[in-house]
Design a protein around this ligand. Structure first.
Ligand code: KG4
Ligand code: ZN
Length: 389
C-alpha cells in the first residue's frame, strides 16, 4: 500500500536540505539550511567548509523535515537523494546519510540528478497551483551559479518515466557565475545575482552596448573558436550553447578603461563594514556610470538566455518552457521571458523564489515518477560530481 510519501535529501552545494513530498507535488515540509553567510566571507563556496557544514546540519535538517511533515520513516515509500552533479564531499554527506536511513528503515533509495530536480521544482509548483500541465515536449532552461543548460524533456516509453535530451550548455561560465564575478568586480555582495537584479533598474540598459550573441552550434568565444575542456562532447542534433566569459571580460575591460576600480574597492569596504549589507545599502554608494554598466550587463545576459532558449524551442518544436535554478529568480529575466514566450504562444513556468534556489522538495518531486517506475538505486550508490542529465 503506497502512501506516496518521499523524503528528499539535497546536499550538492551550499545548502543542506530535506523535504517530505506527497505524490510528487505536495510538499509537507521543506527545510533548507543555507551556508551563504559562511561562504560570503570567501566570495564563493569553499568545498571543505561546505562538507563540514553539511555534516553538522544533515541530522537536524532531516529530523526537522520529518517532524514538520508529521510522518515517521515507516510512513515513507522511499528516500531520494541527489547523486550529482555537485561537490564530491558535499554530495557524499547526503548520500551516505540517505543510504543509512534507507537501510535502517528498509525503504528503497532513489538517486536523483540535481538538474532534473530543478526542472521538477517548477512542474511541482505548477501542478500545486492547479494549472494545466506544460505541454510536452517542453524545453527546460536550468540556469544557476553552476549550470546553464537546455533540455528537451518528454515522457519516455513508460508514461511515468521522463526523458531528457541536452540541447545546449554553456561552453565556459554559467550565467550565475558571470553575475557573481561582475558583482564582485564592482564591489557588491555575494552571491551577486540578487544585487545586480536590485540595482539594474536604476541604470540605463542601453548605456553600454555589449555585442554578444548566444552561440549556436559551433563554439566561439570573442569571435574565435574556443576549445573547451570543461564541456563534454555534445550529443548529436542541433546545438544551442551559451557563452558568458566574453561579456564578463568586456565588463572587466570597461571597468579598467573607465578607471572604476577604486570606487569599487571603496564600495566593497563600505559594505563590508555593515553588519548585514543589502542591495539597498549599495544604492547610496553607486554612481551613474556603474549603475548603467550593471543595467547593460544584465540586459545583455538576459537577452542571450531568452534568445537562445526561444530559438531552441522553435527549432525543436517544444510546446512549452520551464525556467529554473537560482538565476530564474531574476526579475528582468522573468518579465521579458514571459512577454516574449507569450508572443510566440508558448506557455512558460517559473519557480517561486523558494523553489528557484537549491532545496530538497524538488528532489523528492523528481523521485515520484521513479518510484512509480520502481527505478531504485543500488546499495553501492556513490557521489557523481560530473553526473550528466
Ligand atoms: O541554484 P542556485 O541557488 O545554486 C547553484 O548554483 O546551483 O543558484 C545560485 C546562483 C548564483 O550565481 C546567484 O548569483 C544567482 O543564482 N542568482 C541570481 C538571482 N538570485 C540568485 N541571479 C540573477 N538574479 C537573481 N535575482
Ligand atoms: Zn542548483
Amino acid at each position: 500500500q503506497k502512501t506516496g510519501l518521499i523524503l528528499g535529501i539535497e546536499s550538492s552545494c551550499d545548502e543542506t536540505a530535506a523535504s517530505v513530498v506527497r505524490a510528487g507535488h505536495e510538499p509537507l515540509s521543506n527545510i533548507v539550511a543555507s551556508q551563504i553567510a559562511l561562504h560570503a566571507n570567501y566570495g564563493g563556496v569553499v568545498p571543505e567548509l561546505a562538507s563540514r557544514e553539511h555534516l553538522r546540519n544533515i541530522v537536524p535538517v532531516v529530523r526537522a523535515a520529518m517532524a514538520q511533515a508529521n510522518v515517521t520513516f515507516a510512513d515513507l515509500d522511499a528516500i531520494a537523494v541527489t547523486q550529482g552533479p555537485g561537490l564530491a564531499g558535499a554530495l557524499l554527506v547526503g548520500i551516505l546519510y540517505a543510504k543509512a536511513l534507507a537501510f535502517g528503515s528498509g525503504k528503497p533509495l532513489i538517486a536523483i540528478n540535481h538538474l532534473e530536480g530543478h526542472i521538477h521544482a517548477v512542474l511541482m509548483e505548477s501542478q500545486l497551483r492547479g494549472e494545466a500541465p506544460i505541454p510536452l515536449p517542453l524545453l527546460a532552461l536550468v540556469v544557476s551559479g553552476g549550470h546553464t543548460h537546455l533540455y528537451l524533456a518528454r515522457h519516455g516509453t513508460a508514461e511515468a518515466a521522463w526523458h531528457y535530451r541536452n540541447v545546449g550548455r554553456t561552453v565556459d561560465d554559467a550565467a550565475g557565475e558571470a553575475y557573481d564575478k561582475v558583482a564582485k568586480l564592482l564591489g557588491l555582495g555575494y552571491p551577486g545575482g540578487p544585487w545586480i537584479d536590485a540595482l539594474a533598474p536604476h541604470g540605463n540598459p542601453r548605456a553600454v552596448p555589449f555585442q554578444f550573441n548566444a552561440i549556436k552550434g559551433t563554439r566561439y568565444r570573442d569571435g574565435k573558436p574556443a576549445p573547451n575542456k570543461k564541456a563534454p562532447p555534445p550529443q548529436p542534433g542541433p546545438r544551442f550553447d551559451f557563452s558568458f566569459s566574453g561579456i564578463k571580460s568586456a565588463v572587466l575591460r570597461y571597468v579598467q578603461t573607465k578607471n572604476m576600480r577604486e570606487a569599487a574597492d571603496l564600495r566593497q569596504q563600505a559594505l563590508a563594514a555593515l553588519p548585514n549589507p543589502r542591495p539597498e545599502d549599495a544604492l547610496a554608494l553607486m554612481d551613474t556610470q556603474t549603475l548603467d554598466l550593471i543595467a547593460s550587463f544584465q540586459h545583455a545576459v538576459v537577452g542571450i538566455l531568452i534568445r537562445q532558449t526561444l530559438s531552441a524551442a522553435e527549432c525543436l518544436g517544444a510546446q512549452g518552457i520551464v525556467v529554473s535554478g537560482g538565476v530564474a529568480a531574476n526579475r528582468e529575466l522573468r518579465a521579458r521571458f514571459q512577454k516574449e514566450a507569450a508572443a510566440k504562444g508558448l506557455p512558460i513556468a517559473f519557480p517561486s523564489m523558494a523553489m528557484s534556489t537549491d532545496n530538497a522538495a524538488m528532489i523528492a518531486a523528481a523521485a515520484w515518477p521513479k518510484l512509480l517506475a520502481e527505478d531504485f538505486a543500488s546499495d553501492d550508490l556513490g557521489a557523481t560530481p560530473q553526473l550528466k542529465l
